[in-house]
Design a protein around this ligand. Structure first.
Ligand code: ADQ
Length: 465
């Protein structure tokens, strides 16, 4: 059995309870194979020097898993993390060319950190290791490892969407990134739509030849590409909903809002999540369906995110003012239409909040997958479930067709769907929920990691392709 090596920008300590996300997904395989998880420590070194000698790898062992981390210099953090990953790749991959800052120093820093990661990781690798690299921060990592003579199997999973070919082509460094992707053996994307975009892009820009189902040949290499929609740990989430903190939260919310009908949004405060459009749609609901006044309450939890990037500060001010306006215009002494909370909710309490809500609003303008939609379904009482209003532009919409799908740019249409969700008969809610639950259970997080790793192990070794 090969050892699994996971590489991601940040790592999570598997000893910490309720870590969520990638930690849950890769924990089992890492523990079983005595694996290694490599990434940035989250710390910035005081010394400005970014030379390799000044940057040692810190190693810890936890439950049969080795955690290896490196610090970043301030300059590397600014150019690699804030500048290129979150100031160029994130907006472009979410179709927001207008928000990208194409400063060439950012691309140089991005490359420098990927080279540093490759150098540090290479020293820790064994010949049979299977390497799984995650997300847009690390696209060039395999190419850098190959340049150092690494012939291990290397897979890549992109958690964010792939935009249409002409948007990709607007990235000044897109040819380099595309060539770098062909250094992997398997590239996993969230949806079939992403696979289509990627295939059209490499056919148009690199004359890549399809040579079988989901196999592409270019730059003298064969690359497998597939859709692996990421899931959640449904059992764990149901258990959290029935745990003490989940039940307490549920009881508190039900009591507090006994005369109201709760609508819920849970997101990072990010411009891809469509938060202002959501507040506009809620306002339209109150205007067009007055029976909801003094009753429907939108709780919007928005966790702080990437506050050092300008576009996020603009969004924060916009949300403060939109929520203030709607409360000023529609609020009563004993009812506030919107509760806007700029904070994280503890993971153990989140399921109780989901379960107390009649409707969840998951309405991003673009999203790779969106796990909140899946968590909301898993947390519901199957005998009296809440309804999901879901953007058709979230990757998860490809799987969750029984939700009420909306175009978040269409304020009236979204308001209408919210009204439909609020008034949907019990029988229809129960039926839709049962189908949705089956879909997220069939492709849960264990399915996701085991399918990807099985496919990666089935690819020929690098020198054989
Ligand atoms: P994110 O953009 O971070 O992830 P998402 O999948 O919605 O988006 O959320 C990840 C997790 O964060 C969820 O488990 C959620 O519960 C939690 N979370 C979000 N806001 C929270 C809050 N205010 N308080 C507490 N918890 C909160 C990226 C991609 C997504 C993709 C994931 C996984 O952008 O499209 O689904 O990776 O691949």
């Amino acid at each position: 059995m090969s050892r699994l090596v996971v590489v991601s920008n940040r790592i999570a300590d598997p000893r910490k309870a309720a870590a969520g996300g990638l930690a849950v997904a890769v924990k089992e395989s890492l523990q079983r194979t005595g694996g290694l998880w490599f990434g940035w420590s989250g710390k910035i070194r005081d010394t400005p020097d970014s030379s390799p000698e000044h940057n040692d790898v810190q190693i810890q062992t936890a439950h049969n898993v080795t955690l290896a981390t490196v610090d970043l210099s301030q300059q590397d953090y600014d150019s690699y993390y804030l500048g290129y990953a979150n100031g160029v790749l994130w907006p472009v991959f979410h179709y927001r060319l207008d928000l990208a800052n194409f400063d060439t120093r950012f691309a140089a820093g991005y490359r420098r950190v990927n080279q540093m990661f490759a150098r540090k990781l290479k020293a820790l690798l064994k010949p049979d290791d299977v390497i799984w690299v995650h997300d847009y921060h690390l696209i060039p990592l395999a190419a850098e490892l190959r340049a150092m003579g690494c012939s291990n199997r290397i897979g890549f999973f992109l958690h964010i969407p792939v935009p249409p070919p002409l948007i990709m082509a607007a990235l000044p460094e897109h040819e380099w990134l595309m060539r770098s992707l062909f250094a992997y053996d398997l590239v996993g994307l969230q949806t079939e739509a992403d696979v289509t975009h990627f295939t059209h892009y490499v056919e148009a820009e690199a004359n890549a030849q399809p040579i079988g189902t989901n196999e592409l040949r270019a730059f003298n290499r064969t690359l497998r590409v597939g859709a692996y929609p990421i899931g959640i740990d449904v059992d764990e989430f149901e258990a959290l909903a029935n745990g003490k903190e989940g039940r307490d939260m549920f009881a508190r919310m039900r009591e507090e809002y006994s005369r109201r009908r709760l609508l819920l949004g849970v997101d990072r405060l990010d411009y891809s999540k469509g938060l202002p459009q959501r507040v506009h749609a809620f306002r339209e609901l109150l205007a067009n369906y007055p029976e909801n006044r003094n009753s429907a309450t939108l709780i919007q939890i928005a966790s702080p995110s990437r506050e050092n990037v300008d576009a996020y500060e603009v969004l924060r001010r916009q949300m403060d003012s939109l929520c203030g306006e709607i409360n000023g215009d529609y609020g009563e002494l004993d009812w506030m239409p919107v509760r806007y909370i700029h904070r994280n909710v503890a993971r153990k309490r989140l399921p109780g909040l989901y379960r107390a809500s009649r409707v969840a609003l998951v309405t991003p303008l673009r999203d790779g997958m969106n796990l909140v939609a899946k968590e909301f379904i898993a947390a519901q009482d199957p005998a009296d479930p809440g309804m999901l209003v879901l953007s058709r532009f979230a990757g998860v919409a490809e799987q969750l067709k029984e939700a009420l799908l909306v175009n978040p740019y269409d304020t009236q249409g979204t308001a209408h769907a919210i009204q439909k969700a609020l008034t949907m008969p019990l029988e229809e809610r129960v039926q839709r929920h049962a189908t949705l639950l089956k879909r997220i259970r069939d492709k849960d997080v264990h399915w996701w990691s085991s399918t990807f790793l099985k496919d990666l192990e089935a690819t020929p070794r690098s020198e054989e392709s």
